[in-house]
Design a protein around this ligand. Structure first.
Ligand code: PEP
Ligand code: MG
Length: 761
């Protein structure tokens, strides 16, 4: 059963279009359930009618036309109830409605199950029999399981426009809108450039090319190189193989014959796709074919094909232009899963915006984007990104939405927002040298979070009073091996010197979770609860000590270093780390450097630390709250997973209560306390944190002027009244809505973002 379910899902996923996918479903389900009829109805997003999209058993000529009103027939009953309806005599049911032209009158028994994706009914899957007999529980369970698995595939196919291709006038219309998650505020209007990780055939996008001959010759060169590789491998191993086994290499070579795969790929290239896209199309098509076979020997041939595809791809990619060369003008980077290292490959002034299909607003790539002020949308799960190369698009980083093929009217209205943003930026610049002080004289210190060296100058330009969090994993990520101690000294020195005499808080390496080093892979089932942050570095003393030594040496003569320890979940970790810092300091001092013992602090970002503020305070000099991870761990919501992004909310009452407890405890222990998570850079968050008693906030350089503008326009008393009104609310949404209203009434909403960006077309 499991194998059958898997094979059907694989087949459907590999289908080239929505109609093809639906046809596979009805064909395969009818056979698997030995039903006389299997049909699929999808909800028309405009009329809400149920349209018969595909059928085996009923009259397929009416598919695409026959439809039921939202309150008509058993199909819509399944949809309205969002649960299965299983009847042995459908005709006698009060909701039965004969759908003309389908030939349905012969069938008595009926089982319909809803197709639900993200709480929304997309359609109904139906099986029918002529006999009066109820489908048994096993059959019902099978259909429910299959429908749940297929819902995502259907939703994706629908959202990507495949649904419209059923109609004859199928070319993409303007203003196609895709929902995602706000990653970094701002609006960008530009063409898309699609990026993908190397050597992965599945993520290769389609790309229209004009110079077909050039693509053909690149493909033929790659083919020649692969043939050579295979012959060489065959010869090398020939001594050790029997003639049967040697024949396998000939099979390989035959697959690459001019009449076989190569011919098909060439045809696709002649059709206008680039060589890599044509290769993906053909290889995927054949793989799905082999995967479907019941014979295990033949199914294994899929892995040969996969291997061949990868080999050809790697030769094609060897000579492909690198990412930076593809940017003749600035563009929006679109990819399935954008990573921090990809950003490092493109000159920053060429990046207008970012769209990542995976990830969410608290993924590290989004945090970097905010630091660099690049409008970003994350988690745009339904975006047909492989088809968007060079397509015009608008991204709205305020609302987390993407528009492709935008109309002139839409471009105009978003251009207005871009202009207003510019004006606001200029207004912010005037604040650079003014203190961050409320109208009634309460002073707050605004620090900056950094990662790249470019951040230093942007932060100084914006009036940052120090670095509250330097994420050292960023320079580690953009390399191909661990930086040496001397290299690290140079990197840290830039930050320390740039800000001296102001304090610079350098955090020890916080890898693991969603921050992977390409040269130090950590593969875990549950990475956010695994080997991460201080847990890794305490297990690798050579990495930890080299880093601490580099930090202390880099502070020589400046004396403005503070060391921050991430992911602390128990007191022993702090004791161990402190002993190592003291040891490194003593050694460096002995070596004759002009250094002082740095202040050492811990991040409060794991719930356990919230309840040990007192014990931790007795060991360290300062504390910094990581609201990003604290939210993730307190709410048990992966900060990186778009599927649960709606649940990730730093304004959840439990998070607010934890933040309040931390500050009360810390004040009791008279220990210096700051917040360096993203909440500090959100004007709404900054107001509430200030009202709770936090007086150092650390944020991206982009957010800093915005937060300063807001704080300078309210009184401390106003902020406290706002906190009082929201702290005992039960829902995160109520907190946000109330704060929005209070900020509007206090006349500070205008400072936060330009005229509300459009939430729909
Ligand atoms: C945090 O968790 O809030 C934080 C500042 O650290 P990071 O986002 O790098 O995990
Ligand atoms: Mg963290």
């Amino acid at each position: 059963m499991l194998g059958l379910l898997r094979r059907i899902t694989q087949e459907v996923t590999a289908a080239q279009s929505l109609p093809a996918a639906l046809d596979i479903i009805v064909r395969r389900v009818r056979r698997a359930m030995r039903a006389e009829v299997c049909s699929i109805y999808l909800v028309d997003p405009n009329s809400q009618d149920y349209i018969l999209m595909a059928t085996r058993g009923l009259n397929s000529e009416v598919a695409g036309q026959a439809s039921l009103k939202p309150d008509e027939g058993l199909v819509s009953l399944v949809g309205r109830r969002a649960e299965p309806v299983n009847l042995e005599d459908a005709h006698s049911h009060p909701s039965f409605h004969y759908l003309k032209g389908t030939g349905e009158e012969r069938y008595q028994s009926f089982l319909g199950v809803p197709i639900i994706h993200h709480r929304q009914v997309l359609g109904v899957l139906v099986v029918q029999h002529e006999d009066k007999r109820r489908f048994d529980e096993g059959e019902e369970a099978f259909l429910i399981t299959l429908s749940a698995q297929l819902a995502g595939v259907i939703a994706h196919a629908e959202a990507t426009g495949a649904m419209t291709s059923l109609n004859s006038n199928a070319k993409p219309e303007g203003d196609l809108r895709y929902k995602g998650i706000a990653g970094s505020s701002g609006v960008a209007i530009a063409k898309a450039i699609v990026v993908y990780p190397p050597a992965d055939l599945n993520v290769i996008p389609d790309r229209k090319v004009d110079d077909i001959e050039a693509e053909l010759s690149a493909f033929n060169a790659a083919l020649l190189a692969v043939r050579k590789d295979i012959k060489k491998a065959g010869n090398r191993l020939s001594k050790h193989l029997s003639s049967d086994e040697k024949a396998l290499f000939d099979v390989y070579l035959k697959m690459l014959d001019d009449n076989a795969l190569a011919y098909e790929i060439e045809q696709k290239i002649r059709g206008g796709n680039w060589a890599q896209g044509a290769l993906r199309e053909v290889i995927q098509f054949h793989i799905s074919h082999f995967d479907r076979m019941d014979d295990p020997y033949l199914r294994e041939r899929a892995s040969d094909l996969r291997d061949l595809g990868r080999r050809i791809l790697s030769h094609l990619q060897e000579n492909a232009p690198n990412l930076a060369d593809r940017f003749s003008e600035s563009a929006i980077i679109v990819g399935e899963e954008l990573t921090a290292s990809m950003l490092g490959e493109v000159p920053l002034d060429k990046i207008k915006g970012l769209v990542s299909v995976m990830g969410s607003g608290n993924s590290h790539v989004a945090i970097l984007a905010r630091a660099m002020g690049i409008p970003t949308v994350m988690g745009a799960l339904d975006l047909p990104y492989t088809q968007l190369e060079n397509v015009d698009m608008i991204i709205d980083g305020y609302q987390g939405q993407v528009f492709t093929y935008p109309s002139d009217t839409l471009i105009e209205s978003f251009q207005q927002i871009v202009d207003e943003e510019k004006a606001l930026e200029e207004e912010y610049l005037t604040l650079k040298d003014l203190p961050c002080e409320t109208c009634d004289g309460h002073r707050l210190s605004l620090f900056v979070n950094t990662g790249l060296s470019a951040d230093i100058w942007r932060s100084l330009d914006r009036g940052a009073e120090g670095i509250g969090l330097y994420r050292t994993e960023v320079p580690f990520m953009v390399r191909e091996r661990f930086p040496t101690e001397a290299e690290q000294v140079a990197i840290y020195r830039q930050q320390l010197e740039g800000f001296a005499p102001a304090p610079v808080t350098v955090r020890t390496l916080d890898i693991g979770g969603d921050k992977a080093l390409p040269y130090f892979p950590i593969n875990e089932e549950n990475p956010f609860l695994g080997w991460r942050g201080i847990r890794v570095t305490l297990d690798h003393l050579e990495i930890f000590l080299a880093q601490i030594r580099a930090m202390i040496k880099a502070s020589s003569g400046l004396h403005n270093l503070k060391i921050l320890l991430p992911m602390i979940s128990n007191v022993a970790e702090v004791e161990d780390a402190l002993a190592l810092v003291r040891r490194a300091y003593a050694e460096i001092k002995e070596e004759g450097y002009d250094v002082k013992m740095p202040e050492v602090g811990v991040m409060i970002e794991v719930p356990a630390a919230v309840y040990q503020v007192k014990q931790l305070a007795s060991l360290v000099d300062f504390m910094s709250v990581g609201s990003n991870d604290l939210t993730q761990y307190l709410l048990a919501v992966d900060r990186n997973n778009p599927r649960v992004a709606d649940l990730y909310n730093s304004f959840h009452p439990a998070v607010l209560r934890a933040l309040l407890n931390i500050v009360i405890e810390a004040q009791h222990e008279s220990i210096s306390l700051s917040v360096c998570g993203e909440m500090a850079g959100d004007p709404m968050g900054a107001i509430l944190l200030m009202a709770m008693g936090y007086d150092i906030l650390s944020m991206s350089a982009t957010s800093l002027p915005k937060v300063k503008a807001v704080i300078r326009n309210i009184t401390e008393e106003q902020a406290q009244l706002m906190l009082e009104q929201v702290i005992s609310l039960a829902h995160a949404d109520a907190v946000v809505q109330t704060m929005n209203r209070l900020m509007r009434e206090a006349n500070i909403e205008r400072l936060v973002r330009p005229s509300k960006s459009k939430s729909s077309k």
